[in-house]
Design a protein. Sequence first.
Length: 259
Amino acid sequence: MNYQYVTVEKEDHLTLITLNRPEVMNALHPPAHVELGGIFDEFDADDSAWVAIVTGAGERAFSAGNDLKVTASGETFTDLKWKGGFAGITTRYDLTKPVIAAVNGVAMGGGFEIALACDIILASDNALFALPEPRVGLVAGAGGMHRLPRMVPFKYAMGMMLTGKRIDAKEAYRVGLVSEVVPQDKLMETARRWAGEILECAPISVRLSKQAAMANYHMSVEEAMQNPPSLFETFFHSEDRIEGPVAFAEKRKPNWKGR
C-alpha cells in the first residue's frame, strides 16, 4: 500500500516504518496518525512480521511531535479515527511484537513519546530528547508523563518534565533511556543488527517475554510469577518450544516457525 506521510518496507520478518514528513521535521497530524494506526494494525496481525523498526526521514529529526501549525490552524479532523493513540503506537498496550526506535536527530514531545512507547531506543550521536509541552501550554498526554518516570530516576524525570529540558544522546544513554549511541550514518545499520539479534530468537519466546515484562511491571516478583501472561499457553504448545532444544542438541541453527 502507498502512504502519503509514512513509508513501509518489509524484509522477510522485519518491518521498517519511516515517518515521512521531513519538511516539518516529521511532526505528525491526524492524517499521519491514521496511516500509522493502519500500519501497526497490519504489523500486529501479520504472522510473518516479527520485529519493527521506526525511524524518521531525513537527517534532522526522528519526529518533532505534534504538528502545532496544524493544531493552530483550527482544523479538527473530527471524521478521522484510528487505533493506537499518537502515531498509532502510544496506547497500543496489547502489542506483543518488539518495536525498535531508531532516533535520528530530534525527538521532541510526541516524537519522544513514540520512542518511549517502543521497546528499545537506539540513537544517533546528534539525537535530542525532550518533553517541552509545558513551554507551549500543553502536556505530554501521549504517555510521556507516565512512561518517563518509570524509565529513569523519578527526580530526573520530574526535572525534564517540569522544565521541558533537552538531553542529548550521550546523556540519554547515561540515564538508561537509550541502549546504544552511534554516528548517524551507522544508525540504521545498528538498528538492523539489533533486529537481527532479536530475529535469532524464537518469536513466541520474544513476545511472551515482552508481554510478561509489560503486563506485570506493577507487580511484585511473587505476584508476577503467579500470574502468567496470556501467551503462556500458546508458548507451552508451540512448535518453536520443541525446535529450540532439538536444534541445540543437533548443533544447528533453529528453524523458527513463529508458532
